[in-house]
Design a protein around this ligand. Structure first.
Ligand SMILES: Cc1cc2nc3c(=O)[nH]c(=O)nc-3n(C[C@H](O)[C@H](O)[C@H](O)COP(=O)(O)OP(=O)(O)OC[C@H]3O[C@@H](n4cnc5c(N)ncnc54)[C@H](O)[C@@H]3O)c2cc1C
Length: 434
């Protein structure tokens, strides 16, 4: 397979210069904006400090839904729904599972992102400059390449689409203790998890903590989830939290709420978490620790203060309904605008808004996003389908839909890549709640 990443670093000399739209980031939001710019016959350039395509394809939706689907097969084999099927324990070769996930990511990224970049057979190709971008004035970004060269890119309009990163909570002992984050699903980066841990303590009770917890438990890991507040998925209705907590516990996950972590300690062979659970101090031991305590917008060290782009208390870029920041020609969309502006930190929202921001910036389209939207709007007002949509869970296919579903590539199951198209479809998360 073609190693596109290596090629970009050598071809991006062509990307230097002036553009109608300068985009910080190359995730789903950035790609939607760059594609819209191209449709408008405008020039655009993206910048990328990690891997082309951003979180969703490289370390978020695609790898998580791929492994979650594999874990579901293991679980279903052990818990068949039909009398007459004998439960079986499928042996799991985690290293091979991870290798196929990495191959899938490479293949998908190549087909759906890299192939759109720098394709010189088309006029006005999408372009990416590899390196860390920083605004040095209101129209110019300096990009420091992996080789240490500095490129200056000028944009008539600018879009901030730098996404988000895992929150690292301030817990005594954490700095000296090895831990995983949701970046464990990445490939070709040091944070990737390549061995199935026999036991795992997860801090957090949002959808990433829960879906990864269920996945690991189904693959054979002994999982403990510690959630600080009184219930998991606290942004959802209490009935949903309770129903899911019951399901996860029934699957053997040890799930504790009201668990305030006081201290962590450990080394490569094991960790110990001390938590105040209601009025009692308790200790939890596991081989690995996973932090899934939320995501924060990537707004540090972007030079935003220098150009007067305003941030909110969570560090998210403040935008108006047109996705315009406090600086008239600078726009922002995707995870970087945080949840307060109802972005929900989900790929379809970023991809949708990236296109709107580009249309407004480049064509004066005057398009607005609904700052009060909610994932609940995705579903009907009745029945399990609407509940699943509100939960950010994938709507499962009815039996008459399974024929067609069965023919698609199920390695993408439940992700936006389900339909093998660029990210535009499903809301986040995939917990199996049958
Ligand atoms: C484990 C996990 C599972 C998920 N599952 C789902 C799901 O099922 N459904 C769903 O809708 N969403 C899911 N998400 C969320 C989804 O991945 C994000 O909402 C989406 O990827 C955000 O897209 P974005 O383009 O805004 O940001 P990103 O995709 O994060 O792209 C931003 C890019 O900007 C780059 N960047 C940052 N700073 C700089 C800089 N200074 N210079 C150059 N480049 C920079 C970053 O490296 C990054 O590649 C999941 C996330 C995780 C972590």
């Amino acid at each position: 397979m073609r190693d596109v990443a290596a090629e970009w670093t050598h071809t991006d000399g062509r990307s230097e210069g002036s553009y109608d739209l300068l985009i910080l980031g190359s995730g789903a939001t950035a790609f939607a904006a760059a594609t819209r710019a191209k449709e408008l016959d405008k020039t655009a350039v993206m910048t990328e400090v990690r891997t082309l395509g951003g979180t969703c394809v490289n370390r978020g939706c695609l790898p998580s839904k791929n492994l979650i689907e594999a874990a579901r097969l293991v679980y279903d084999a052990a818990h068949p729904r039909y009398p007459g099927l004998i439960p079986a324990r499928l042996p799991v070769d985690f290293a091979v599972l991870i290798a196929q996930k990495d191959e899938l990511i490479r293949e998908y990224r190549d087909q759906h992102y890299a192939s759109l970049v720098d394709d010189s057979t088309y006029p006005n190709p999408l372009q990416v400059v590899t390196g860390r971008a920083r605004l040095v004035d209101a129209h110019i970004a300096e990009v420091t390449t992996p080789e240490g060269d500095v490129r200056r890119l000028t944009g008539e309009q600018i879009l901030i689409a730098t996404g988000s990163s895992p929150v690292i909570p301030d817990i005594p002992g954490l700095a000296e203790t090895p831990y995983l984050t949701s970046d464990l699903l990445t490939s070709e980066e040091s944070q990737e998890l390549t061995e199935l841990p026999p036991s795992l303590v997860i801090l957090g009770g949002g959808y990433i903590a829960l879906e990864l917890g269920q996945m690991f438990a189904r693959l054979g890991t002994e999982v403990t989830i510690l959630e600080r507040s009184g219930r998991i998925l606290k942004g959802e209705e209490p009935e949903i939290s309770k129903a899911l907590a019951d399901i996860l516990r029934a699957e053997g996950i040890r799930l504790l709420t009201h668990a305030e972590v006081r201290q962590v300690a450990g080394n490569a062979s094991g960790v110990r978490v001390t938590a105040q659970v209601r009025d009692q101090e308790q200790q939890f031991q596991a081989v690995r620790l996973l932090l899934a305590t939320g995501r924060r917008p990537n707004t540090t060290d972007l030079g935003l203060e220098r150009v007067d782009v305003q941030l909110d208390a969570q560090g998210a870029v403040i935008v108006d309904g047109h996705l315009r920041t406090s600086v008239p020609h600078i726009w922002a969309a995707g995870d970087v605008i945080g949840r307060e502006t109802a972005s929900q930190m989900a790929t379809p929202v970023g991809a949708h808004d990236g296109g709107i921001a580009a249309s407004n910036a480049l064509a004066g389209a005057d398009r607005q996003v609904d700052l009060h939207r909610s994932a609940g709007g995705c579903g009907r007002a009745d029945g399990p389908r609407s509940q699943r949509a509100r939960l950010h869970l994938p709507v499962q296919h009815d039996s008459d839909e399974r024929g067609a579903a069965g023919r698609r590539d199920t390695r993408y199951a439940g992700s936006h890549q389900d339909g093998a198209r660029a990210p535009h479809a499903a809301p986040p998360g995939r917990l199996d709640a049958r």
